[in-house]
Each structure stands twice: as structure tokens, then as C-alpha cells.
Design a binder for this molecule. Structure first.
Ligand code: CAA
Length: 261
């Protein structure tokens, strides 16, 4: 498949997706989102890919949904098309992808760009990263999960302030508040993100999926149900050859060979 706005690179066992629309700071048009969903859907079932890195360029991960495209849309247009999610889903499909997706963010991650990064499983940020939900400054509001995911990640007070003022958060504050898992020097961002993805991809794939599902459900489930679901998933890993291999390898002081079985 040829993509106009994405660079697609499989370096087994990981896949690297680069949003490539630099002239508009990687603004997320409908077409960019369609390509992203297509590529991520394909990798969800591609055995060569055990984990994914989603990135942009040094100046922008993505500066939001495409304002030029949105400017002319009416209420009927956005409502009937269920924009920006789209009838077949975009952000929610990305969040639901079974493969872990790391957002490697340098530069601006604003509006839909911040929402896209938060729809990934975790964010590694470069020290020049800037996060924000500036929709209010252009007369609208976050529409792809910003009010919900940002609030869950950094708490009501900061999320409310960010959404109501449009203020940008720098990488240091983003790490301190838990929006990102780690901050690294810009020059080392892709190295760190790809190494992290490769590490995840080296583990037992069924177990990786169970862990991703369990952590993701923490936002949705009451604690007792989440703990129970976690315990049942933990118990089910004992049905895997990989659990036997992992524990045997530890006790035999060797590297495990996981077969994803
Ligand atoms: N959509 C379309 N084009 C955009 C864009 C966007 N979100 N962000 C930047 N661009 C374009 C600019 O129009 C400009 O194009 P021209 O060269 O043709 O004029 C080019 O990218 C470079 O941008 P700037 O000249 O503005 O660059 P800067 O370095 O001076 O400023 C910035 C950078 C602070 C990120 C600024 O571009 C900016 O504020 N962008 C808009 C951010 C924003 O409001 N995002 C939210 C969009 S709404 C949304 O996302 C809704 C949702 O929840 C789904």
C-alpha cells in the first residue's frame, strides 16, 4: 500500500509509522487519519510487528486536526460524518489496536495531535516536546478524547486549566504530571522509542496483549472488577508454553526463547 502522508517502515520485530506532512506541522486531515488507521489495522494482524512506534518530525508530532479542512465544515457536516472519529472510528480504533503503540513525540503535540499521542499506549517525549489542547483559542473544544484522556492522565485541575486556557505544557511538566512516561534528548528520541518497542516485541506476544488489555481497562472498570480481570488473565498465562519457558530460563540462568504459544 502506498501512503501519501505516512512513512511506513517495518524493522522486525517492530513497525515505525512517521506522519509526514511537514509543511503544515503534520496537521491531521481526514486523509492522514485514514492512512494512519489503515496502516495500524494492517499491523495489528502482521506477525512481523510486535510493537509500534508512531512519530512525527523534530518540529511537530502533529499540530492538531487540519484547521483549513475544518474551517468550512457545518454542524451537519461534522455531525453526520461523526467527525473527527468517523463512522468506522479513528482515534478509538487506534486506542483499541492490540499491538502496543508508543508515541515518540518531538515538538508540538497539540489538539488532535495531543489526543492522538494519548490514544497510544504511552508517550516518550523529546525535551523539545510541547503538549496542549488549544482548541478553545480557535473557537472550539477538544473532540477526539482530549477532555477525557487528559483528565485521566494528569487529573482534573491541570486538564481543566489546559483545555480552558489552551496553554502548552513543556516536556518537563508533562513528565512530572504523568502525561509522558519519559523525556529524552531530542537526538536520542527515536533510538529510545525503537529500543523500547523492540524490548516489548521480544516478550511473549499473548502476554503482552493481556497486559495491554489489563492496564487499559483500569480507566474503565471499578477496582474490584479490574483486579479480578487481572487475576484471571494472570492465571491464564499459565496455559502458555511461554510462561513455562520464561520461568525455566530464569532458573536455568539463560535467555528465554518465547514462541508466542
Ligand atoms: N491545521 C492546519 N494547518 C496548520 C495547523 C493545523 N492544525 N497547525 C499549523 N498549520 C500550518 C500553518 O497554517 C502554517 O501554514 P502556512 O505556512 O501555509 O502559513 C504552517 O503549518 C506552519 O505553522 P506556523 O507558521 O503557525 O508555525 P509556528 O511555528 O509559528 O507556530 C504552532 C506553531 C504554535 C503549532 C501554530 O502553528 C499553531 O498554533 N497551530 C494550530 C494549533 C491548534 O490550534 N491545534 C488545534 C486544532 S483543532 C483540533 O485539533 C480539534 C480536535 O480536537 C480534533
Amino acid at each position: 500500500m502506498n501512503y501519501q502522508y505516512l512513512l511506513v517502515d517495518i524493522q522486525e520485530p517492530i513497525g515505525i509509522l512517521t506522519i509526514n506532512r511537514p509543511e503544515v506541522l503534520n496537521a491531521l486531515s481526514t486523509e492522514v487519519m485514514r492512512e494512519l488507521v489503515t496502516a495500524l489495522d494492517a499491523w495489528e494482524t502482521d506477525d512481523r510487528v510486535g510493537a509500534i512506534v508512531l512519530t512525527g518530525n523534530d518540529k511537530a508530532f502533529a499540530a492538531g486536526a487540519d484547521l483549513k479542512e475544518m474551517r468550512v465544515k457545518s454542524f451537519a457536516d461534522v455531525f453526520l460524518a461523526d467527525f473527527p472519529e468517523g463512522q468506522r472510528g479513528a482515534w478509538s480504533r487506534i486506542a483499541a489496536n492490540r499491538k502496543p503503540i508508543i508515541a515518540a513525540v518531538a515538538g508540538y503535540a497539540l489538539g488532535g495531535g495531543c489526543e492522538l499521542a494519548m490514544a497510544c499506549d504511552f508517550i516518550i517525549a523529546a525535551d523539545n516536546a510541547k503538549f496542549g489542547q488549544p482548541e478553545i483559542t480557535v473557537g472550539t473544544m477538544p473532540g477526539a478524547g482530549g477532555t477525557q484522556r487528559l483528565t485521566r492522565l494528569i487529573g482534573k485541575s491541570k486538564a481543566m486549566e489546559m483545555c480552558l486556557t489552551g496553554r502548552f505544557m513543556d516536556a518537563t511538566e508533562a513528565e512530572r504530571t504523568g502525561l509522558v512516561s519519559r523525556v529524552v534528548a531530542l537526538a536520542g528520541l527515536m533510538d529510545e522509542a525503537t529500543k523500547t518497542a523492540a524490548k516489548i516485541a521480544s516478550f511473549s506476544r499473548p502476554t503482552v496483549i493481556m497486559i495491554k488489555d489489563a492496564v487499559s481497562s483500569a480507566d474503565e472498570l471499578p477496582l474490584s472488577q479490574g483486579i479480578l480481570a487481572e487475576r484471571h488473565a494472570f492465571q491464564s498465562t499459565f496455559a502458555l508454553e511461554d510462561q513455562k519457558e520464561g520461568m525455566a530460563a530464569f532458573l536455568e540462568k539463560r535467555k528465554p526463547v518465547f514462541k508466542n504459544r
